[in-house]
Design a protein around this ligand. Structure first.
Ligand code: FEO
Length: 166
């Protein structure tokens, strides 16, 4: 049985993950607008990952016999972006999500909810990867400093991203 506090926090995280998906979908549209199909592909796949993250929380709440309560999803703050600003926003967003996961984990620990604490472990690892992935593209974009050739190469690399199978 989930405590009211933990159930509310897990429901809030469903909302956070869906907001992430929504933001990445807008970023995919920005990539397309910029004429960068690789960027669009990368963000579109990230959108799918965020939906899968929301599903994990959804399924976990139901598994623990809790109640799912969906909330409104905020409009993404993504418009007129550059290739660099897209990934800077992605990184800032992932750092925010990491803080949300850590706060959830602290709450689970404070209530000795071991099952939720263990459930959240996967997300702690995932956030390390997500921050690193966004940071790696930022580093590459800074290296090429807007050179069209460099941008073309990065776009080709991002186009090669495939959906995760697990
Ligand atoms: Fe679901 Fe990108 O964190």
């Amino acid at each position: 049985m989930l405590s009211d506090n933990i159930q509310a926090a897990l429901n809030k995280q469903i909302n956070e993950e869906l907001e992430s998906a929504y933001a990445y979908l807008q970023m995919a549209a920005e990539g397309d607008r910029l004429g960068l199909p690789g960027f669009a592909n990368w963000f579109r796949l990230q959108y799918g990952e965020e939906l899968a993250h929301a599903d994990r929380f959804f399924n976990y709440i139901l598994e623990r016999n809790g109640e799912v309560k969906l909330d409104a999803i905020a409009k993404p703050d993504i418009a007129d972006e550059t290739p660099l600003s897209l990934f800077e926003k992605a990184l800032a967003h992932e750092k925010h999500i990491s803080r949300c996961i850590f706060a959830l984990k602290d709450l689970a620990k404070s209530e000795s909810d071991h099952a939720t604490d263990v459930f959240l472990e996967w997300f702690v690892t995932e956030q390390v990867e997500e921050e690193a992935a966004a940071q790696a593209v930022i580093d590459q974009l800074r290296l090429v400093e807007g050179s069209p050739n460099g941008l073309f190469m990065i776009d080709r690399e991002l186009a090669a991203r495939q959906p995760e199978t697990a």
